[in-house]
Design a binder for this molecule. Structure first.
Ligand code: B12
Length: 252
């Protein structure tokens, strides 16, 4: 089992020691950061520090040196954001600090997105994606979109705070095969179910496969609200989209 001393980056070691209190979260953080390269630890540290200039520069350098875009996304950016999430939850930092971290995440993603999107594959399906009404979190949704585009899907991004009608109109306008909804707040999660009901009321439920995700969403919640699928991260989002599309083809 790795120890805190196995985490090479001093800033990250201090963050874990100072801000993480739950034993399972400490263990997970030590496990993650002891296994990732020093360059990725530096990106994560700059993200946790909310330093978008450094994230920008380190991401660009890592790509020039041949680091895989997915490795930077998972080991640098998402790993860093997991510490930010815990500090925010425990009130060690507040909205302005989290916004600085989100800005740093976007600075890194600006390099990653074109790489993941430039697969040049024939479009495999059309997806409409949005964060549900009342919810302004878009980082996870944007990661899913990036990965979906990289896998050859055409994605129409409805951004955040998306109403039921906006989802319905977009699915009809783009003749989408799939609808993906994201929610990060327990208070906005029910809006996914309400949107599904709106599709039923509009007699459009059978025209589109609906998938849901976001940190508080679970498979059980997805089943209860009548979604066709749930994915825990962006990689699962792509796998799920392919699976739902294949099921759709079998049905017709
Ligand atoms: C960044 C952040 C913010 C930023 C958002 C910036 C932005 N542009 O997105 C700001 C500062 C604006 C913010 C505001 C608020 N936030 Co906030 N925020 C976060 C934080 C720290 C990180 C979220 C994040 O980006 N995670 C990283 C991404 C990569 O992960 P992800 O979103 O889960 O996405 C992945 C998967 O879930 C999945 N996925 C996501 N969507 C989808 C969709 C589909 C279809 C599929 C298949 C998969 C999938 O794939 C993604 C990639 O792997 C979380 C903490 C946390 N642990 O989640 C709190 C958190 C979500 N926020 C919280 C709160 C309370 C708020 C505020 C109410 C705070 C306030 N008092 O104002 C406001 C609400 C604003 C609003 N109306 O939406 C709480 C929610 C608590 C709850 N029980 O609901 C959290 C959990 C923090 C906490 N523990 O207190 N926040």
């Amino acid at each position: 089992m790795p120890e805190i001393t196995d985490v090479e980056n001093e800033f990250i070691r201090e963050e874990i020691e100072e801000y993480l209190e739950q034993p399972n979260e400490i263990e997970r953080a030590i496990n993650t950061f002891s296994q990732i390269s020093s360059a990725m630890q530096e990106i994560a540290a700059a993200l946790i520090d909310g330093d978008h200039h450094t994230v920008d520069q380190l991401t660009s350098t890592a790509l020039e040196e041949g680091t895989d875009a997915l490795e930077i996304m998972d080991d640098g950016l998402i790993a860093g954001m997991s510490i930010v999430g815990i500090k925010f939850r425990e009130n060690f930092i507040f909205v302005p600090e989290v916004l600085a971290c989100a800005r740093a995440m976007k600075a890194g993603m600006a390099y990653i997105e074109p790489i993941l999107s430039a697969s040049g594959i024939e479009p495999v399906g059309t997806v409409v994606m949005g964060t549900v009404k009342g919810d302004l979190h878009d980082i996870g949704k944007n990661l899913c979109i990036m990965m979906l585009r990289g896998a050859g899907f055409v994605v129409h991004d409805l951004s955040v705070d998306t109403s039921e009608d906006e989802f319905i109109d977009a699915v009809e306008e783009y003749d989408a095969d799939l609808l993906g909804m994201s929610a990060l707040l327990t208070t906005t999660m029910p809006n996914m179910g309400k949107t599904i009901e709106a599709f039923i009321d509009a007699d459009l439920r059978d025209d589109v496969k609906i998938m849901v995700g976001g940190a508080p969403v679970t498979q059980e919640f997805a089943d209860d609200m009548g979604a066709d699928g749930y994915g825990k991260d962006a990689v699962e989002c792509v796998e799920l989209s392919k699976r739902l599309l294949a099921e759709d083809d079998e049905e017709f």
